[in-house]
Design a protein around this ligand. Structure first.
Ligand SMILES: [Mg+2]
Length: 430
């Protein structure tokens, strides 16, 4: 289990958008008489400013504090990009608010990827690509992962800022130590009210909970919280990652540094995108029935075309055929700044074959685009399996279509839209 918590998120976004704030104590919160701090930069925390503190008190502690009203739309943009980076690790993630995410890394572990390595990689990307700092915890359950991300963060001691480790992995010895030393207040869901009730029973540390029966606890805090506390005190937490909702669409969008001119350039870019979409579909065992091509021109005008089929696709060649046919029906009114390819109408591939039409031709090179696409989908199942197996064993860049190869290796698009796509390296070519 992975838990990521962005550092001083709202305040950090404000500093990113206004570099003149860098190094100054900054807080986001209500400025009025009854205002409360929602987020404080570490410079502000050195003065004792904390979230949930009244703004009035924060200003007394730190007279030079810059208090800004929240811009939640902007934080949402950063949050979506944050979730996008997590989604490239695994689709099994659960956002908590704008700046925290749980992710289940078991599927990565099965592929031989070390969860701690993945955590370091994610933290680096958050820093390199979004300029956001974070604390990440890796543990066997949510309870310890959340405690670990907190332990990974920077902290203020005696007015001095001490760097955190960034990533903390919780081994069995650490679990024991934390359970023995942490106050009950550190546990998930134990707020001041519950803590006060436990205090009346003489229970301050997690360790104290161990000798108490659930029935005794239940009389003070209710049966549900009692059961949770007993489990937590034993280090047990069987809560799974709850993913948002079934994936409705996935896709790939690219904004070009130099706009594309002409059909040839457009077709080249489409082929690359179809490769990304096809791989992502297969990694998730999904088939797509609808394909949409989106084109935005330099003047901002936008056109999209889509087609829905009677069967599902995950074949790259089939996706290319269809995407090219769709793009071909778009009148090129100028040079193309953004190109997107989206797959929707998704369903699980699990065990399912392709519903063949009775008049299916044997040639993949004749007939209207949707029939050619279907023929390809049927013909190349074995090839797809072989390609996926090679990539599983030797890495995603071990194998590419000729269209994706350049002198620098495999070319990968550099930007993507708000849709989850595959775990390609978005930093560019490799
Ligand atoms: Mg945070």
């Amino acid at each position: 289990m992975l838990h990521v918590d962005l550092d001083a998120f709202f305040a950090s976004v404000e500093v990113l958008d206004d570099p003149s704030l860098a190094g100054r104590p900054v807080a986001v919160g209500g400025a009025g008489e009854r205002g409360v701090i929602a987020s404080a930069s570490y410079e502000a925390r050195r003065y004792g400013v904390r979230s949930a503190m009244s703004t009035a008190l924060a200003r007394r502690l730190c007279p030079s504090l810059v208090v800004l009203p929240g811009r939640f739309e902007r934080y949402g943009e950063y949050s979506r990009r944050f979730h996008g980076l997590v989604a490239e690790l695994t689709p099994v993630y659960e956002p908590l608010g704008l700046d925290e995410v749980f992710a289940d890394l078991r599927s990565l572990a099965r592929l031989g990827v070390e969860p701690v390595e993945a955590a370091h990689g994610l933290r680096r990307r958050l820093l390199d690509e979004l300029s956001l700092r974070s604390g990440i915890g890796v543990a066997r359950n949510k309870l310890f992962a959340k405690l670990a991300s907190k332990a990974a963060k920077p902290r203020v001691e005696g007015g001095r800022l001490l760097e955190g480790e960034g990533v903390v992995w919780v081994d069995a010895a650490t679990e024991e130590r934390w359970l023995a030393t942490l106050p009950v207040r550190a546990l998930w869901g134990v707020g001041p009210a519950t803590a006060a009730k436990l205090e009346r029973l003489g229970l301050r540390a997690v360790r104290d909970l161990r000798g108490v029966s659930a029935a005794t606890l239940a009389r003070s805090v209710g049966p549900s919280m009692a059961a949770t506390l007993v489990a937590f005190a034993a280090g047990e937490d069987d809560r799974e990652v709850v993913t948002d909702r079934p994936l409705k669409s996935l896709g790939h969008e690219e904004t070009f540094a130099r706009s594309l001119v002409g059909r040839e350039a457009l077709a080249d870019a489409l082929r690359t995108q179809a490769g990304v979409v096809a791989r992502t579909l297969r990694e998730r065992d999904l088939l797509a029935r609808t394909l949409t091509v989106l084109v935005r021109f330099d003047d901002g005008a936008q056109v999209s075309r889509s087609q829905t089929l009677g069967y599902g696709l995950d074949d790259e060649g089939a996706l290319v055929e269809l995407a090219e046919a769709l793009a071909g029906s778009i009148e090129l009114a100028g040079s193309v700044r953004l190109l997107g390819l989206h797959a929707s109408g998704l369903r699980a591939r699990a065990g399912g074959g392709v519903q063949l039409r009775l008049d299916l031709g044997t040639s993949a090179h004749e007939g209207p685009p949707e029939e050619r696409a279907e023929a390809r989908q049927v013909e190349r199942a074995a090839l797809r399996d072989a390609i996926d197996e090679v990539r599983r064993r030797f890495g995603r860049d071990a194998l590419a279509t000729a269209g994706e190869l350049s002198e620098d290796g495999v070319e990968v698009a550099t930007q993507r839209g708000g849709y989850p796509v595959g775990p390609e390296d978005p930093r560019g070519r490799r």
